[in-house]
Each structure stands twice: as C-alpha cells, then as structure tokens.
Design a protein around this ligand. Structure first.
Ligand code: NAP
Length: 252
C-alpha cells in the first residue's frame, strides 16, 4: 500500500460517488470547514455505545461539526452527556441511533456484537460505513470469544461475521479514551490513525471523518489486517502516519 494509494481514496471516492449521484455523501465527509461554505449538510453519526471510548470519540465528532446520536441499552443515562456537548448531540435508543446515522460508529464490548448484529444487521448493512472501534478482550469478553475471533481471522474479519454485510472500517482501536481528546489536532505532526477495511467508499468516508477530527488516517490494508488493530500490538498507541506506514509494512 503506497502513500498515494491511501491519499487518493477521498478524491477517487468523491468522483465516483458524484458519478453515481451520491456526491453529497462524499462531500459531507469533509471537515466542518466545508460545511461552513453552505455546500451541504454534514454526515449524521449514530453511535452504538457511549461509554468511555464512545463518549470521547463522540465529543470529537461534535467538535468537528457532525450531528451525533449516542445510544446504548440505557439511553436515559446518556442525556447528560448529550446535553454537555451542545445542540449537535442527542441521546436515543439503539434503534433510533441506527435510523439517525448516515454512518454508524460501533463502540461496545466485543461480546455485544453478536446480539447487535442479530437485531440490527439488515439496517447496518444498508449504511455506507460502520466504523468498528471494538476489541475482543479476554478479561471482559471471555476467553472463548477471543479464541473464536482468532480462529476467524482476527478482529476485522470476525466483526464482519458478526455484522454480515456491513461496510466495516476498523479505526481508533488502540488509542486510549483518556488520550484521544488531547491527541486530536496535535500541533506539529498529527497523530496517525491506522485503519483497515475492504470497501473503498466506506474507507473514503472514514478517512474524511478522521481528518475532520484532527488525525491523519492511514489505510494499512483490507479488513483482514484489522487483526493488527487491537491494543498491545506494534500499531497501538500514538504514531505519526509515517511511523504507521513503516510498522504496517512489516505486518502480514
Ligand atoms: N476504553 C478505551 O480506551 C478504548 C480504546 C479503543 C477501543 N476501545 C473499545 O471500544 C469498545 C468500548 O469500550 P469502552 O471502554 O468505551 O467500554 P464502556 O465504557 O464499558 O462502554 C461500553 C458502552 O457500550 C454500551 N453497550 C454495552 N452492551 C451493549 C449492547 N448490547 N447494546 C448497546 N449498547 C451496549 C454500554 O452501555 P449500556 O451498558 O448502557 O448498554 C456503554 O455505553 C470496546 O470494544 C473496547 O475494546 C476502548
């Protein structure tokens, strides 16, 4: 994967989507600055999960100008979070967030994916992007599930089995919720965000959102490479885009 391959996605996908009459979907993935020119409305983001990482990412989406609906099994507990982030944020049920979101951010314990896939699979598969933040963690999700994920190609391909048909891009899997806020728009060299996915349009939209949040997205490969996007791996924590490319080149 060359630098140009990665950088070209936004532009190529915009042109392709424009040709399909779906240009507004690509345009709205641009940073909030584009919105200020009055060209089009920004993408709406439905967040399934709004705990430590979901709320930290949600705050960055809102800061970048994206309307966000936070959801969980207990939406009433998310009202204060939404209120604290201002008029672009709201709280709802998972059904409501799925209906609201042009794109979906999945940020729940990995063990919840099977149930969510069964309940929401068809609606999720209709979205142009599902950003998969979730990691299988033995102490939380159980050793059995972690073993199953390993046997099914690792996080990424396993997520695709649990969420069939979804256009999954893995991202932000190994940056701590404690640091993601202060990492955004880092002065000097931006913090890179390694991403993995198979769907070019989904990748393009994800890259646009990640840039608007103040990070430098780096496509490291297809969804199969999502197995490297978990905590405790060489790509975990903060790296520049150049460092991510160097590390990713050593991974198979
Ligand atoms: N924490 C980090 O720094 C970090 C960094 C990168 C990636 N991640 C990954 O991000 C995911 C979330 O981690 P977290 O630390 O944010 O966890 P968390 O603080 O425990 O939050 C989990 C969220 O998921 C919701 N949830 C759980 N089961 C659900 C279900 N069946 N349907 C809908 N919502 C459900 C929870 O709300 P309810 O219980 O009210 O439903 C809660 O809002 C994990 O997969 C984790 O590995 C975390």
């Amino acid at each position: 994967m060359t630098r140009n391959d990665t950088i070209g996605h936004d532009r190529r996908d915009f042109l392709r989507l424009a040709g399909l009459g779906l240009g507004s979907m690509a345009l709205v993935a641009r940073p909030a600055g584009a919105r200020a020119q009055g060209t089009t409305a920004p993408l709406k983001i439905g967040s399934i999960g709004a705990g430590r990482m979901g709320s930290a990412l949600g705050a960055l989406f809102v800061k970048a100008g994206y309307p966000v609906m936070f959801s969980s099994r207990h939406p009433e507990s998310l009202k204060d979070l939404a209120k604290s982030l201002g008029p672009l944020a709201q709280a709802g049920t998972v059904d409501q967030a799925v209906a609201f979101g042009d794109v979906i951010v999945m940020v729940v314990p990995y063990s919840a994916l099977e149930e969510i896939g069964k309940a929401q699979g068809r609606a999720l598969a209709a979205k142009p992007l599902l950003l998969d933040i979730c990691n299988p963690i033995a102490r939380r999700d159980g050793a059995e599930l972690v073993k199953w994920v390993d046997e099914n190609g690792g996080a990424g391909l396993a997520s695709a089995k649990l969420l069939p048909g979804s256009r999954i891009v893995r991202a932000f899997n190994a940056i701590s919720y404690r640091k993601v806020g202060s990492d955004a728009h880092r002065p000097g060299t931006l913090v890179g965000v390694p991403i993995a996915g198979d769907d070019p349009k989904a990748i393009g939209i994800a890259e646009g959102i990640i840039r608007a949040m103040g990070f430098d997205p780096v496509l490291i490969g297809g969804l199969a490479m999502g197995k490297h996007l978990v905590p405790g791996t060489p790509l975990a924590e903060e790296h520049s885009a150049a460092e991510i490319r160097q590390i990713a080149a050593t991974l198979r």
